[in-house]
Design a protein. Sequence first.
Length: 713
Amino acid sequence: MKVKPALECFFNPEGCAVVGASRDPSKPGHQVLKAMMQAGYRGSLFAVNPGEREIMGLECYPDISSIPGPVELAVMCAPLRVLDSFVVDMQQRARTRGDLGGVVCTTAGFAEEGTLEGVARQEALARACREVSVRLMGPNCIGVIDTLNGVDTTFLLGTDYQQGGISVISQSGAIGAWLVQSWSTHAAPVGFSKFVSLGNTADVDVREVLEYLKEDESTRVIGMYLEGVRDGRGLVETMGKVAREKTVLVLKTGRTLQGVEAARSHTGAMAGQDRIWDSAFRQHGVVRVQTVEDLLDSLRAFDRLPDPPNDRVFVLTHAGGPGVYSVDFFSSWEGMGMATVSPDTKDALRSMLPPIAAVCRPEGHTDMTASATARQFGQAVNLLMADEGVGGTVFLYFPTAHMGAEEVVNFILREMELPLKKPFLPTLMVGKWVREGRRILEESGIPTFNNPERAGKTFLNMCRRVATRSGAMRERPPTAPVPGAAQAVIDSARCAGRRALTEPESARLLESYGVPVAPWGVAKTAEEALAVARRVGYPVAVKVVSPGIPHKSDAGCVRLNIAGDEDLSEAVGQVLEAGSRVPGASIHGVLVQSMVKGVAEVILGGIREVVFGPVVMVGLGGLLAEIWNDASFRLAPLLPEEAQEMVEEVKSMAVLNGLRGMTPGDKTALFHAVQAVSQAAACPGILEIDVNPLVVLEEGKGVLAVDALVTLE
């Protein structure tokens, strides 16, 4: 006997019962029943309503327990007042017949209300389903659509069930409706495979649906709308596994700084949860889009178009202004640029187009002018699509009285080699005058656009997918065993009832993970400080050692550039006296550390974030770290190549490349330090690590941590 995949009961059920079926077209029970019929469901469909004998030609049953045929899926559309009786009925059916596999609960009034009663009601429903091994989707959802199997448990208006390779997961029923209904209004309806509205996720969650779609042969590209999750790390890791085989695009809302538990350090202050989402998506090969339009367009493109061979785009048009406008903002987008075609292609364009045409002025743009014919449109597109320097072509058409959209697109299709070898993004403006042209192209499998911004952003997202694909293919590194020296430091602090490590303790922890620290020593008297200074070498810095003073500079407990014995004795007295003025601070002595100068200072740190767990950060260092906010984040621990990518993302790191005669910095040593701190950040019990600054020395001479703060959970 063939075992069905997990969640298959929602997408291809053997028998479906609509509980709360109604004659009233305004009721969800009527709309869902009608949707199942219109979708072409081939299984047995049953209406459940104890007050009716027949609805829409279907015999009505008083409950699902009395249905004679198989019922693998029940759609709960009845009011909340009948929930208790539904639960009893559902459990009875599952226990006596053993065929019920899933429940879609569209009814609201659960945890989404934010009340204790609503939460308890939801927990009771989920528990009742678990007791009889029935999976629950929702509550407060609109369920699923499967165009292949003719399943539609939603009450969306006017869905077109054109089949395609797109599947969508949405935490919002309304956003899902926006997507599906937008596709149904295209000149040629956009095909899709599956749509899933999860609602409150009392049982079936995003990760499970992703894993199901990973194995679904009809799904080629997955779009997601997310508002919030409890386990961000687990979700993006699942996304990454799926992205190895299929494109995953996500629209994530909630661009706030909330969610960071600790913000005492520079690292915590610079980390916003949204920028961590950005980094986590990129790290795992997931493409993040910014708007619903981006998601709509990019899903169509990934389903129908090949990947771009490079990130260079060419703009071809017969309308001067729109072309200049497009080149202007395409050129400003990071991640794509304007294409340079071969001399042969330029010569061919010049000989083919009207003499007044502006060919490759500037590069990546040709204005054929209004004198161009429909045949010349087609020939020019074919030339550009064949040029190796072009990653994709954005074609801008504006309707004119002498040349209609249908004529132009027919010539383009006649000249074009199909299937496409690279993206072709025709942008036909505007409205009703180009609708027929758009229909012809879309029925030929080529997505169309109504403005150049949407076409350009779609190409940019395709380039991002290519650029991040390697991230999805990587196996995540294990967390390294905690070094004995680090564990001893952590245990000692905990025994003392402390969460903040002193700087000497932080230095020992970092050194145990392989992060070099500038030579240092601890002294309790001026005489001991002199001995340390002579060992590490002048000039030195003197800093108070106290777990109660994490930011020593702010408290006046640091003296820098001390060049000799006399100045050192005075400095020791000054920092000890300043430390004694901090209420409640226990003074353990002073740290004497060699002053080091390098090519640049960076900030390197880690936090244990509430949604993602261990996260590592690298950015511009020193006192200006938070002002410039030039930093890169990743989930920890890191692979070596990820540490390098982080450093390369930070714009200010260009100073390490030896710009304008400057001395190059030791980037290799910095890569190693970033990876080492990522392992330390993943150490159980560590809440925050802040190394600010980490001094990058000349190329080949390493890096040295100068100041460090570690906080425990």
